[in-house]
Design a protein around this ligand. Structure first.
Ligand code: ARG
Length: 360
């Protein structure tokens, strides 16, 4: 592998970041530190992402936050759902207290992970979940309507994540918590990492946003991931960020997905024709045959690669950038193809839900 500044940063981040930032829902999540209980009904668009297996205790099954941005769409962080199929997740909405109180669970039809998401770098850390059925009278939150830096804005983060900076003995609240955090510039944030003698070199990319204090004390934490960072615009709360990552919790600034960078992607993802993409044989019905067909098409792609590219002298055979076409490239082709298939299953193919009548 060619070690570029980016890959080096990525490697370091993989080493430095706490175990909590894992890829499965079971491994992730953050709780608000230095905040206070949220007023009930103040943030009605905030949802809890839940494991849909095991018991049905919403407190226990919580793993990340999210926000309703349309009656049937929730936005969250990619790292919350990256390796998850829709039937493993439920969205719990209308709740403030996960142990005692109201709340309704709804299933998930599809999971769209941003294609630029890179786990080690935390770029493109957002995902969209389409719900099985739209929430009635959904209290949705608007997306930020400006590409301004937002530096100096006072923001509020909310979540059911860890309330203790000592992540070895976490305390997860029943009640939703909220905390006010000033947004700082990416430059200030990168300097903060340097001052804190972080091993990360300029980890804050243009699709990220930082909020909090150099000295820490107030922050999001494990279990808050995917939840909203909101600012006030023209008298209403809008979504400016998604809780994404940090070095530990409450030790310095927290890092959020900068939503202004993703507004077009979000609009596009919500209006795609998923039925057409699922109906691979184009017979008007989505069923197992479409799944088989999709696999076949991916196999053809691998075969074409073998026939036309996988030869020492052919540059199109070099998938991993080491200027050779060898077994490593073929393995890479296999992994990429399987990943594409899993992505298609997650985003598109839901036969029991994505029927002709559900076409939209
Ligand atoms: N994504 C992180 C996790 O699940 C937590 C969120 C943010 N951390 C922070 N220090 N602000 O571990």
């Amino acid at each position: 592998m060619r070690i570029t500044r980016k890959t080096l940063t990525g490697l370091l981040m993989a080493v430095v970041l706490s175990a909590g930032v894992g890829t499965s829902p079971g491994a992730t999540s953050g709780r608000i530190i230095g905040g206070k209980p949220a007023d009930s009904a103040r943030w009605p668009w905030v949802v809890s992402l839940q494991h849909s297996f095991g018991d049905s205790d919403p407190y226990h099954n919580h793993f990340c936050g999210g926000s309703l941005i349309a009656p049937d769409w929730v936005i969250t962080a990619a790292h919350c759902v990256e390796a998850t199929q829709p039937f493993d997740v439920a969205v719990f909405f209308g709740a403030t207290n996960l142990r005692h109180g109201r709340g309704t669970s709804v299933g998930v039809r599809r999971i769209i992970v941003h294609p630029d998401y890179v786990a080690d770098l935390f770029t493109g850390d957002l995902a969209l979940l389409q719900l099985d059925s739209p929430v009635q009278d959904a209290p949705v939150v608007a997306l930020v309507d400006t590409t301004a830096t937002l530096t100096g804005s006072r923001a509020v983060a909310v979540g059911w994540g860890n309330m203790k900076a000592d992540t070895d003995s976490p305390l997860f609240p029943f009640r939703l918590q909220q905390v006010e955090l000033p947004i700082v510039s990416n430059t200030t944030c990168n300097e903060g990492f340097e001052q804190a003698q972080s091993l990360l070199i300029n980890p804050i990319g243009s699709d990220m946003l930082c909020a909090g204090y150099l000295a820490g004390g107030k922050d999001t934490c494990r279990g808050d991931s995917g939840g909203p960072l909101m600012i006030r615009r023209n008298g209403q709360w809008v979504l400016a960020g998604l809780t994404s990552w940090g070095e530990g919790c409450a030790s310095s600034y927290g890092v959020y997905t900068r939503l202004s960078r993703f507004v077009d992607f979000i609009r596009d993802a919500m209006s795609r024709d998923y039925f057409a993409a699922a109906d691979v044989d184009q017979n008007g019905v989505v069923n197992n045959r479409d799944k088989t067909r999709q696999r076949q098409q991916l196999r053809v792609r691998v075969q074409t690669y073998l026939d036309e590219c996988w030869q020492p002298a052919f540059s199109c055979g070099d998938l991993n950038g080491d200027r050779r076409s060898d077994w490593n490239d073929l393995e890479q082709m296999g992994r990429d193809t399987e990943a594409d298939f899993q992505r298609w299953l997650r985003e598109v193919w839901q036969p029991e839900k994505n029927t002709a009548s559900a076409r939209k």
